[in-house]
Design a protein around this ligand. Sequence first.
Ligand code: DX5
Ligand code: ZN
Length: 221
Amino acid sequence: MATPRIAPSMLSSDFANLASEAERMVRCGADWLHMDIMVIFHFVPNLTIGAPVIESLRKHTKAYLDCHLMVTNPLDYVEPLGKAGASGFTFHVEVSKDNWRELVQQIKLKGMRPGVSLKPGTPIEEVFPLVEAEDPVQMVLVMTVEPGFGGQKFMPEMMDKVRTLRKKYPSLDIEVDGGLGPSTIDLAASAGANCIVAGSSVFGAPDPAQVISLLRKTLEN
Ligand code: DX5
Ligand code: ZN
C-alpha cells in the first residue's frame, strides 16, 4: 500500500512570506510541500519560481520539496534544482518523449526522486513505459485541471487514469493535482490516489490543519 501524503501547493501561499508559509504548512500537518515551477509560454501561460527560490527556501525548511516542472526543457533544470535542494522532480511526459530515460537518470544522479506528470488530454498509456523501465519513475502525477493556475475545477473524468494506474501498479505513488479539497477527495481516494496536492482548498481555509487532517483521514479509510 502506498503511503498517504498531503502536499499543499505553495502556489496558493503568500510568496512574499514563503519561508513562514512553508513552516505554517508543516505545522498544520503537511507531508510534502508542492512547488510549481512554471515558465511563461513554455508549457503554461503563467510564471512562478525557479531554482533560486528553492535554494532560499531550503535554508528555512527540511521539508520534502515536491517540484512540479511545467517547462518545455526539464533537463536544463535538473542540475540547478538538485543543487538548490529539491527533493522530488516531476517532469511532463508531453515534453520528454525523446529524453525521459536521460532525465530519470540525471534526476536520480542529483539525489532527487523522479516523477512524471500528464495533462488532462494525454492518454495514460503514455506513462506506462516510464513506470516499467529498468530505471523507472517513482511517481505519476495525474493532472486533474489544465496546468497553469490554482483554483480551477477538479475534472472527475481523470479518475479513470488513476484507477488504471492503481490496478496495474499497486504500490506506485500516484499524485493528483488540481481542484482537490474536502469535496473532491472521496473520488481521488477511492480511485487509488495516495498523494494529494491541494492549493486553494488548504490556503483558503480558516483552519488549514483541519482540511489537511480531513484529506489524510479520507486517504487512510
Ligand atoms: C496547477 C498546479 C497546481 C495548483 C493546484 O497548474 O500544478 O499545483 O497549484 O491548485 P489548486 O489546488 O487550487 O487547484
Ligand atoms: Zn502542481
